[in-house]
Every structure is written in structure tokens, then in C-alpha cells.
Design a protein around this ligand. Structure first.
Ligand code: ATP
Ligand code: MG
Length: 561
């Protein structure tokens, strides 16, 4: 991977100081700890870039650890997708792929240690009673009647929980901390619950499973993590993590919290994303409209455009929402330099050039990328019948319309000047085709010797040589800038964008695009950046996804409203 410039931020400042103080012997060891209960999204990409990026820049290590403590919601499909997505982003964890479930034995031992110390007890309250005992932000909690159970009784009951003697929900193991703590996390939190479910890795070995909070901090400790980087919502869990590790007398990583990524027109909640998949609003987790890493990949984003975006938004201590345009600009900027430019007519209108000889075709020279002349040039065929974009002709042109209109002349990119002589309509009065004449003295799209000039240049495709693709125009999945802003009694799905996908079946491409390989990216001149779909595109039968328009079109709409 290319070395990227080192950003500076408050986390790196802390690490610099730790290294200067010789803390952890100067070691830097981070981890990325997803729960395999869904596909990774762009928010996870931020967390990945932070933890893996720091390990890379400080010559440290970053582990990939699956926090798989909830057997009911987890699945190997998710495990595999996470592995693929982190690799695709350009990061590697070597042989350090870990699973919290690999630590179930150790966690069980640690739980016993706490029971023996009189720091954990088996509680018989029902989930509902426990909830009522917990108190609120303003009212203290109430102690469980089982809080003073003897160590012997607790050991016996916990062992019988493990053996499966009790029903789900009938008992839990709790830490004995402080029911009066202002921090609700410290009010005797649950450490273990009974779940008679098979786990995707440990099978039926266990019917008790450790809670996330108990598992997470101990897993970090077992792996010798020095800096445990996580999002702000875990700030109030930190005292609990410290309590567990101090009571157990084991290595204590330093937890540092940063703000989650939020993006306009987007939801980054696995629960909502799962719902979109389940209710078939989208075609799957990798639907090009999904904010998942696999969705962005299929949409046509590159790993570097996502990494650059993450560097650009930086790391802060306060929550904010980033405009989707920032991410779009990151891929625009990259593709502007790298993507070859081709001609494609998305919504075609036929033009007949009446003074061009029938049956004749000629090759014209076209530059592949004016931003990168090393990309060379290619030949494109020109003939008597061509397609232009429907919106490039107006029968009654508005003021300052420099494209094609009756009696008006325009430049065909790399070809000739043409002038509209006649509009042919069908019975219903709909425009069928346009008749034009061309000026042979403008070959290559150059100005004629008489010094005549035109203001408009449009793209075109020779009808006889055109390739017919399927083109999928993607747009924001949510029309609302903030999808979570919905009227009472409604849900987030009222904010979906009904026009997030438009499928074009009559588009026409220049012939060079016939043999495009799945995954290749191009700019369709004036129309946007596109990728040949990884799943559906085939040589001779291309399917193109629009990655992004050439410019931000939503900005204008939002400014107006
Ligand atoms: P949930 O816990 O509800 O399943 P999650 O989004 O927290 O969802 P995890 O798999 O636990 O999912 O997340 C793994 C890591 O990614 C965590 O360290 C978490 O803090 C980080 N992360 C999750 N969402 C974001 C986000 N929007 N921005 C930055 N980091 C995130
Ligand atoms: Mg989480």
C-alpha cells in the first residue's frame, strides 16, 4: 500500500506522549472489534482507518477481533464479509484474527475469580424486575435481594447455570459494584446470561454467554492492546471496563473515544440496514445504494477514495454530520485523473445528417483523458445517423441555450459542426428524429476556415456502431438530509428516496465500451462516472452503474429549498 501522509489528531497526540513516557515499552497495539451481526459500513471504515492507520504509522500492530458474544444475531456470512472488506480497504492483520468466543473459557475463569472475591453474584430477578431496580438518571437503583448470597451459593448456582439447569431469563450473573452510582453502567451490570442457542464457532458448548461489556475489555486485555480506540458512546462504559480489569488485576489498555461518523442522506445503523435488506428495499447488503463498504465497492468507489475521505474528515471528540458531497468529491477527484473518458448517450435522440453520404463511416480521433495525456487516444466511428442526448435538443430553446435547436449550430465532440434543419415528429406530435446538415470543413470538431464559432459542444454516438448497455442511475437512498427526522407516528422509511434507482434500457455507447471488463471505471463525457457492474456486466452485454455525477447536483436543490 502507498504510504499516505500522517494526519495529526488528539489520539495521535496521546500516543506520541505515551511513547515519549515509555508507556507500554513504547509499543502501539490497536484492534478493530466488529460484531459479526451485519456488513461493515462507511462508519466502520472510519474506525478501521483510525486503528489500522495508527498501527501502520507507528510501526505497531492492529488486530482484527470479532466481538461475537451474541450467538443469535451472528453469522459466518458476516464474518467473511468483514474480512473481505477490511482487506479491500487496504489493511492487513497478519495472523492476528481473533474471536471473543475463543476467550470464553478464560472469561468464565475470570467470572469465577470475581465470584470468589465476593465481587459478582447470581441474581434471580426477572428481566423486568431488574429493569425496575436499575433506577434512572436521576433516581438511584435498588439492590437485588440476592446481592448478599454467599460465595459458595454463587459458585454453585453459576455452575448450574453453565450446565443448563435453569431456563433462559431466570437467572444472570451480575457484578457487585454500586446501585447508587450516578453512572448506570456501574449499577451491578449483568456479566453472563443464559442463552440456549448454538454459536457459530463454539456450537453447543455453552448455554451461558458473557455480555459485551464484560467480554470486550477482557479481550482487549488478553491481546495486550495498548490503545483501545472506540466511539464516544463508550465513554460511560470506561469506568466499568476499568473496574473489571482492576478487580481482576490484569493488563489495562487505555481507552480513547472519538466521534462516530454520520453522513447526510444516510443511515449508519446495522439494525436499519438489515431491515432494508430484509424488506427488499435494496437488492442486498452490497446494493450500490447501501452505505456499506461492499455497497460502495459495487457502486464503484475505490479503497483510496474512502481512505482519503477518512483522512480528510479527521478525528474529533464531538459528534457532527458530514455532508455526503465530501465523500462524493473524494471519488470525483480521483476518477477525474484516472478514468478514461468515453462517449455514451443515456437518453438517446436520433439525428440524421442528410448531407453525409449513405453507407459511409469514418474514424475520428478522440483523446482518452485530457487530464492525463499519457492515456493516449482512440478512434471512434462517425456515420450518417447518430444519437445525441435528448436534453441536448430543444425545439423552443430557452435564452442562452447553446446546444441544438432549429436553425442552430453545435459542435459534435471530436467530429463536426452540425446544424438543425428539420424536426420530424410522429402522429402524436412526439419528436422522432432531427435532420441536420454537417460542415465537412470542421472535421475533428475544429473551427472552420471562415472563422465561424459555436458555443455548445455535445457528445454523440454513431447509431450503426453503438453498443446497447443497461445503465443504472443511482442516487441517495434517503431523500431527507437527516433520515432520522421523520414525523411522529411514522418511521425512518418514509424518508426513502423513491427515485434512488433509475434503470435505462435504451442508452447507447461508443463501440470501444463493448468489451469493457466488470469493475472497469470510465467517465461518460458530461454524464458522470460509471463502473461496469461487478456482478451483472458481461463482455458484449455491459451493465453500468453510475458512481457519481460530474458535479454535485443536490447542493443546488438544497440551497433552493
Ligand atoms: P452495533 O453494536 O449496534 O451492532 P456498531 O455500529 O457499534 O453496531 P460494531 O460492530 O460494534 O457495530 O462496531 C465495530 C467498531 O466500529 C466499534 O469500535 C465502533 O465504535 C465502530 N463504529 C461503528 N459505527 C461507527 C461510526 N458510525 N463511526 C465510527 N466508528 C464506528
Ligand atoms: Mg457496537
Amino acid at each position: 500500500m502507498e504510504p499516505e501522509k500522517k494526519p495529526s489528531n488528539f489520539i495521535r497526540d496521546i500516543i506520541d506522549q505515551d511513547i515519549a513516557n515509555g508507556k507500554n515499552g513504547g509499543r502501539v497495539h490497536t484492534r478493530f472489534p466488529p460484531e459479526p451481526n451485519g456488513y461493515l459500513h462507511i462508519g466502520h471504515a472510519k474506525a478501521i482507518c483510525i486503528s489500522f492507520g495508527i498501527a501502520r504509522d507507528y510501526k505497531g500492530l492492529c488486530n482484527l477481533r470479532y466481538d461475537d458474544t451474541n450467538p443469535v444475531k451472528e453469522d459466518v456470512e458476516y464474518v467473511d464479509s468483514i474480512r473481505e472488506d477490511v482487506h479491500w480497504l487496504g489493511f492487513d492483520w497478519g495472523d492476528r484474527e481473533y474471536y471473543a468466543s475463543d476467550y470464553f473459557d478464560q472469561l468464565h475463569q475470570h467470572a469465577m475469580t470475581l465470584i470468589k472475591k465476593g465481587k459478582a453474584y447470581v441474581c434471580d430477578l426477572s428481566p423486568e424486575e431488574q429493569r425496575l431496580h436499575r433506577g434512572t438518571l436521576t433516581a438511584p437503583g435498588k439492590e437485588s435481594p440476592n446481592r448478599s448470597r454467599s460465595v459458595e451459593e454463587n459458585l454453585d448456582l453459576f455452575e448450574r447455570m453453565r450446565k443448563g439447569e435453569f431456563a433462559e431469563g431466570s437467572r444472570v450473573l451480575r457484578a457487585k459494584i454500586d446501585m447508587n452510582s450516578p453512572n448506570i453502567n456501574m449499577r451491578d451490570p449483568t456479566m453472563y446470561r443464559i442463552k440456549k442457542a448454538s454459536h457459530h464457532r463454539t456450537g453447543d458448548k455453552w448455554c451461558i454467554y458473557p455480555m459485551y461489556d464484560f467480554t470486550h475489555c477482557i479481550s482487549d486485555s488478553i491481546e495486550g492492546i495498548t490503545h483501545s480506540l472506540c466511539t464516544l458512546e463508550f465513554e460511560n462504559n470506561r469506568p466499568l471496563y476499568d473496574w473489571f480489569l482492576i478487580e481482576l488485576g490484569i493488563h489495562r489498555p487505555q481507552q480513547i473515544e472519538f466521534a462516530r461518523l454520520n453522513l447526510t442522506h444516510t443511515v449508519l445503523s446495522k439494525r436499519v440496514l438489515l431491515k432494508l435488506v430484509q424488506q427488499k428495499t435494496v437488492s442486498g447488503w452490497d446494493d450500490p445504494r447501501m452505505p456499506t463498504i461492499s455497497g460502495f465497492r459495487r457502486r464503484g468507489y475505490t479503497p483510496s477514495s474512502i481512505r482519503n475521505f477518512c483522512d480528510q474528515i479527521g478525528v474529533a471528540k464531538f459528534n457532527s454530520t458530514i455532508d455526503m458531497v465530501v465523500l462524493e468529491n473524494s471519488i470525483r477527484e480521483e476518477l477525474n485523473k484516472t478514468a478514461p473518458r468515453m462517449m455514451a448517450v443515456l437518453k438517446p435522440l436520433k439525428v440524421v445528417i442528410t448531407n453525409y453520404p449513405e453507407g459511409k463511416a469514418e474514424d475520428l480521433e478522440a483523446v482518452n483523458n485530457p487530464e492525463d495525456l499519457s492515456a493516449g487516444s482512440r478512434k471512434i466511428p462517425f456515420s450518417r445517423e447518430i444519437y445525441i442526448e435528448e436534453e441536448d435538443f430543444r425545439e423552443v430553446p430557452p435564452p442562452k441555450y447553446f446546444r441544438l435547436a432549429p436553425g442552430q449550430e453545435v459542435r459534435l465532440r471530436y467530429a463536426y459542426f452540425i446544424k438543425c434543419e428539420k424536426v420530424i415528429k410522429d402522429h402524436a406530435g412526439k419528436i422522432k428524429e432531427i435532420h441536420c446538415t454537417y460542415d465537412p470543413a470542421t472535421r475533428g470538431g475544429n473551427n472552420p476556415p471562415d472563422g465561424r464559432k459555436v458555443k455548445g459542444t455535445i457528445h454523440w454516438v454513431s447509431a450503426e456502431h453503438a453498443v446497447s448497455p443497461e445503465v443504472r442511475l443511482y442516487d441517495h437512498l434517503f431523500a431527507a438530509k437527516d433520515p432520522n427526522d421523520f414525523p411522529e407516528g411514522k418511521d425512518i422509511f418514509v424518508n426513502l428516496n423513491p427515485n434512488s434507482l433509475e434503470i435505462l434500457k435504451s442508452a447507447k455507447l461508443e463501440p470501444a465500451l463493448a468489451q469493457v471488463k466488470a469493475g472497469e471505471r470510465v467517465q461518460f463525457e458530461r454524464m458522470g462516472y460509471f463502473i461496469a457492474d461487478a456482478k451483472d456486466s458481461q463482455p458484449g452485454k455491459p451493465v453500468f452503474n453510475r458512481i457519481v455525477t460530474l458535479r454535485d447536483t443536490w447542493g443546488k436543490i438544497e440551497k433552493k429549498s
